[in-house]
Design a protein around this ligand. Structure first.
Ligand SMILES: Nc1nc2c(ncn2[C@@H]2O[C@H](COP(=O)(O)OP(=O)(O)OP(=O)(O)O)[C@@H](O)[C@H]2O)c(=O)[nH]1
Ligand SMILES: [Mg+2]
Length: 519
């Protein structure tokens, strides 16, 4: 039983309290001093009350602006997260999406030039098979012609001649790439894109290694072997500022009646002129049957790679080219850090709006540590798994198969206890490429042994993979109640994706409403 303390003990303990002692008025306080003390105390209280009130107001404001729904896009690099975000933008803020089309022009140019670089790299007589090719060489049913082996002296000589010919004609294009990269990098305050930022650094940036090589790559011969050609990519940290940078000579441009920038073709330094000069050589390179045979021999299928515009060289390099919606959706620009977008969605019946925030994160391995802080408040996750990538390896680690990486990443996400009550939507993406790949004869069983002797057609493969992802969710989810929503997607296809997005949006809103009623 607690002992009752005597009044004496209480007094002693109060007088021992250093805070109480410090607050006690001095024993010899005069009436004037007392008056001053009380006034000072009143003023201090007023200030303290004002601060409390401000904190209360700030909290209320925060609550008012807190998004109703927060969606996180997850998945490995090149899985289609930013493309999905573009589809959301196209649906909910089409005017802003269209206004930014011109800004994508230079990304598209860079994607095109990069494809040209890859071809020049592939036809270079010095080039051995790269690790990606080695990984795939035993798995494809494409017959390789033994007479076209690089060791054949006649083939080697022919390769030297072709390579030198195209290199000479396309040199200005490679210099243009360097110029574009440098111009866009300079616009940013920070050119170190490999470092994780808070998403607030403006402008483009290029990973240091490619910047270093870029300087050398102005000379045509060394440029073909640059890391850009071998997979180092341009990346972007933010959406707001880099688009300004990508509008190229924005200050000099006019605005058309449709509020789009135009008139760049009058600027002699605009990239469109070099592209125009090299148009015929680009077309010749891409349609050259010898080049196509070399690419096939090296198992390089550029048609399936990100940012592929080689089939539309004439349109893309036209003087007054403005990217279409589809062009923008196809453009490839790697995300660094986290990009945030806010949308409002009408509640209907004049009941105001839902505020949605979508976070698009970088999916490369060195970006993934930025994901976890978002798990705390997120309402829903859209996880993208590019199922066409079963025969590819990660750009950042050529020892890791992309499908395997997606499956492991998926397991980590679905097993996370913080996400137990979060709605999870799985996009089994790049179905169009999966279909093309299977039709080209690439065998899933050569990469996924468990597939065994099942038929190698689109229906069987896609169902098998869906089941595999579903089972991982079932076995690892921290709660059995969580429902998994799965969709086969090709997020570059606007018509089909808009339907899927609408249904995903409804599910998220419904589930969100349900859980807020339960709270
Ligand atoms: N054909 C096809 N291309 C796609 C599809 N989804 C995305 N792409 C393309 O794949 C490339 C990579 O897509 P992104 O959306 O940039 O990938 P990401 O997941 O944001 O990649 P990081 O930013 O590196 O994490 C882009 O060029 C897209 O246009 C698809 O379903 N089909
Ligand atoms: Mg991205």
């Amino acid at each position: 039983m607690p002992s009752k303390s005597s009044p004496q003990t209480q007094r002693r303990s109060l007088s021992d309290d250093p805070l109480a002692a410090a607050m006690r008025p001095p024993e010899d306080e005069s009436p004037a001093q007392r008056e001053l003390r009380i006034l000072t105390e009143q003023q201090a209280k007023q200030i303290s009350d004002a601060i409390d009130e401000q904190i209360r107001l700030d909290k209320a404001e925060l609550k008012k602006n807190k998004p109703d729904v927060q969606v996180l896009l997850l998945g490995q690099s090149e899985s289609g997260k930013s493309t999905t975000l573009k589809q959301f933008q196209l649906m909910h803020t089409p005017a802003a999406f269209h206004a930014e089309r011109v800004a994508w022009r230079s990304v598209i140019y860079l994607n095109l030039v990069r494809s040209i670089r890859r071809i020049l790299d592939a036809i270079s007589p010095q080039q051995d098979l790269d690790p990606v090719d080695l990984e795939r060489i035993d798995t494809l049913s494409i017959a390789s012609d033994p007479s076209s082996e690089p060791s054949d002296p006649q083939v080697h000589r022919e390769a030297e001649e072709k390579h030198a010919y195209y290199l000479q004609r396309l040199g200005p294009l490679l210099e243009l790439e360097d110029r574009l990269i440098r111009a866009l990098s300079e616009d940013g305050e920070d050119d170190e894109a490999t470092r994780l930022g808070d998403g607030s650094t403006p402008g483009w940036s290029v990973p240091r290694p490619s910047l270093q090589v870029d300087t050398r790559s102005i000379t045509v011969t060394s440029s073909v072997r640059s890391p850009i050609a071998r997979g180092v990519e341009l990346s972007v940290r933010t959406t707001s500022n880099w688009k300004k940078a990508l509008s190229l000579n924005r200050n000099k441009l006019k605005t058309s009646t449709s509020n789009e920038l135009e008139g760049w073709w009058e600027d002699p330094t605009d990239p469109v002129h070099v592209l125009g000069d090299c148009r015929a050589a680009m077309e010749q390179l891409w349609t050259d049957s010898w080049v196509r045979a070399r690419l096939a021999h090296k198992l390089i299928r550029l048609e399936e790679s990100s940012g592929f515009y080689l089939d539309e060289i004439e349109r893309i390099t036209a003087k007054k080219y403005i990217p279409t919606d589809d062009d923008v959706l196809k453009a490839r620009l790697k995300t660094m850090g986290v990009v945030e977008h806010t949308f409002t969605i009408d509640r209907g019946l004049g009941r105001g709006h839902f505020l949605w925030k979508i976070y698009d994160v970088g999916g490369a391995r060195n970006q993934r540590q930025a994901w976890a802080p978002f798990f705390q408040d997120v309402t829903a996750i859209i996880f993208l798994a590019p199922i066409s990538a079963f025969d590819q390896v990660l750009a950042e680690d050529s020892r890791v198969n992309r499908l395997e990486d997606s499956l492991l990443l998926w397991r980590t996400v679905v097993a996370n206890k913080l996400l137990a009550r979060v709605n999870i939507v799985l996009f089994l993406n790049k179905c169009d490429l999966l279909q093309a790949k299977l039709e080209a004869g690439v065998q899933l069983k050569n990469h996924l042994i468990t597939y065994g002797d099942r038929p190698n057609d689109y229906d069987s493969v896609s169902k098998y993979l869906r089941n595999k992802f579903g089972v991982i969710h079932q076995q690892n989810s921290p709660t059995k109640e969580r429902e998994l929503y799965m969709h086969f997607t090709s997020v570059t296809d606007t018509r089909r994706t808009s339907k899927i997005i609408a249904s995903v949006r409804d599910i998220i809103l419904r589930e969100n409403l349900k859980s807020s009623r339960l709270m």
